[in-house]
Ligand binder design. Structure first.
Ligand code: FES
Length: 573
């Protein structure tokens, strides 16, 4: 059943014979558009996170025009609406703090204006979940338009991957195995086109995850940003969303428990970022779906990692696209997917991936040659993390998968920064580096500090991996035996707050255990003596964040935003 023009949401603003409606139409005239341009047509908000400070979205000005072209062609009326651009690289103290801000902004833009449907333009890490969370809560028809990855980095004859090769280069510079000129060349060549990070970092992970959720056009998430096919996808996205409005196809009809299982399976097969745990749990809660850390762990036990992409593997997103992209990867793991799940183009996920071919078996590996057959991600529990913690075993040294070592504790990042390279630091390759006060409230915003630097003196001895534990997140482009997202966090008195240098800590990844080997009576005495730090903020958005944010295992959403009760449409008088 197609919607009738008078059933459009925007009809409430423009279609009534009232003084207020007259006023709205007169102001549309002031915008330079005729009534026939927009009246009785779906009004499509193009929520654009373009900003001059965001290099990953540099092409979004042009792409917005290409989306508009599609909306016009399909008989809609496009309205571009700027929203906060969360530029992962620049925004401090942590971009995650602003994900919920963007979610609120998106939801309220769609609610408070005459909008019938939306195209969400994002890609740089937190923009994808931020936009989608807000639009899911508003529940208007929308299509997500991913920014797409940048081209491969290149310098000094080497192919370079975002983040991953910078982290490696920094370790080599500190170890003295590369010189200042090579480091400078790396700076110039590692990011050389518009688009998101092109390793399997958080951006590529989340763009792929929303495609697997059914929220993009098929294949959209893998197209490199500068590719002409990216422009074509933008126009097709604009066309499609107009049809979705007439069909009243809303996210609530697309997002089911099955869709979230598909997204998690996809992330695991890609070797995606651990940030996906936080974001997908937040998205699922917005959609009223069941997803928790245990579901990630359960699916990880049976999902092979078949994308040979950095940081776990060898290639980059541009190679992935040429090898067939996400559709080809999903076709390869078809029997692990819920192929009946609906998607924004009106077809099922199974129909969208049918017949997709892999053109390079070294980039998208056959199942029997998977980088890891299962367990690319593991959820740990124990007396150090009663509400969970996460590690990527595939990206860490196997000698650390079952390990006991002495803790070297840093109270916060300032402390870490001041002491990590001190030659007198009592540390060896079996030590366990512990960073406190880096969680949702302590960071604040769980900054991506989880890949704690290896002490310089150990780097010079050739050590490249150590067990590290924190309540921080880690960039998807990072690697190493880093236990992340420890919950509850230390800032609110989680057990991590009670660890002291010299304590023994045991990890057993196959058994999914992480424990502080200190007698219970001693832990209880330390808890008694623990004093809560003062809140990081007492005013402004920081205070709103502080008062409302949930812990990592709950998705770090604001409880008041995750609430699923319906908000009535605004009165128009
Ligand atoms: Fe924008 Fe990595 S900095 S995606």
């Amino acid at each position: 059943m197609k919607k009738k023009p008078e059933e459009l949401r925007s009809h409430r603003w423009f279609g009534r014979e009232t003084m207020r409606s007259f006023n709205h139409r007169s102001r549309m005239a002031q915008l330079g558009v005729q009534e026939s341009d927009y009246r009785d047509k779906p009004i499509i908000a193009i929520v654009n996170t373009w900003s001059e400070i965001n290099p990953c979205h540099l092409h979004f000005r042009q792409r917005a025009e290409e989306v508009k072209r599609g909306v016009w062609q399909a008989g809609g009326f496009p309205v571009e609406m700027p929203a906060m651009s969360i530029a992962e690289i620049f925004q401090k103290p942590s971009p995650l703090m602003y994900r919920n801000f963007l979610a609120m902004e998106t939801e309220e833009l769609l609610r408070s204006y005459p909008v019938d449907g939306a195209v969400l333009m994002g890609g740089c890490d937190k923009t994808t979940p931020g936009l989608a969370m807000g639009a899911i809560s508003m529940d208007l028809p929308f299509v997500f338009m991913p920014a797409g990855p940048m081209l491969k980095g290149n310098a000094s004859g080497n192919t370079l991957g975002s983040g991953t090769d910078m982290f490696k280069g920094w370790s080599e510079l500190r170890a003295g195995t590369i010189d200042q000129q090579q480091w400078e060349d790396l700076l110039q060549g590692i990011a050389r086109s518009p688009g998101t990070c092109m390793t399997m970092g958080t951006a590529a992970t989340m763009m792929s995850a929303v495609e697997a959720l059914g929220l993009t056009l098929p294949g959209a998430s893998s197209i490199p940003a500068p590719d002409s096919r990216h422009s074509q996808m933008a126009t097709a996205t604009g066309k499609r969303v107009v049809e979705m409005v007439w069909d009243d196809l809303r996210p609530s009809q697309i997002l089911t428990d099955d869709a979230f299982d598909n997204a998690v399976t996809t992330v695991l097969a890609l070797g995606g970022s651990t940030n996906a745990l936080v974001h997908l749990i937040a998205l699922a809660r917005r959609a009223g779906c069941k997803l928790d850390l245990d579901r990630f762990d359960a699916l990880a036990r049976t999902t092979p990692l078949i994308a040979n992409l950095r940081p776990a593997g060898k290639y980059l997103m541009e190679d992935f696209y040429y090898a067939g992209g996400l559709r080809a990867l999903l076709e390869r793991i078809r029997d692990r997917l819920k192929t009946d799940a609906p998607t924004v183009n009106g077809q099922t996920l199974g129909e969208n991936i049918a017949g997709a071919r892999v053109f390079n078996d070294d980039v998208i590996l056959p199942l029997e040659k998977a980088l890891v057959q299962n367990g690319s991600l593991a959820v740990l529990r124990g007396n150090l993390c009663p509400d969970g913690a996460v590690i990527k075993p595939a990206a860490s040294d196997p000698r650390l998968h079952k390990h006991t070592g002495k803790a070297v504790v840093f109270e916060d990042y300032h402390d870490l920064y001041a002491r990590i390279d001190d030659p007198a630091l009592d540390v060896d390759q079996d030590s366990v580096l512990v960073l406190k006060n880096a969680g949702p409230l302590g960071g604040p915003g769980m900054p991506e500090w989880g890949q704690l630097p290896i002490p310089k003196k150990l780097l010079q001895d050739g050590v490249r991996d150590m067990l590290r534990i924190s309540d921080a997140r880690m960039s998807g482009t990072s690697f190493g035996a880093c236990v992340l997202h420890v919950a509850p966090e230390s800032f609110i008195g989680g057990p991590l707050a009670l660890v002291k240098t010299g304590d023994r800590i045991a990890i057993d990844i196959p058994a999914r255990k992480l424990d502080l080997l200190v007698p219970d009576a001693e832990i209880a005495a330390r808890r008694q003596a623990w004093k809560a730090p003062a809140p990081r903020y007492t005013r402004g958005y920081g205070a709103i964040f502080t008062q409302n944010v949930t812990q990592a295992n709950e998705g770090c959403d604001f409880a008041v935003l995750a609430d699923r009760s319906r908000i009535p449409e605004p009165d128009i008088f």
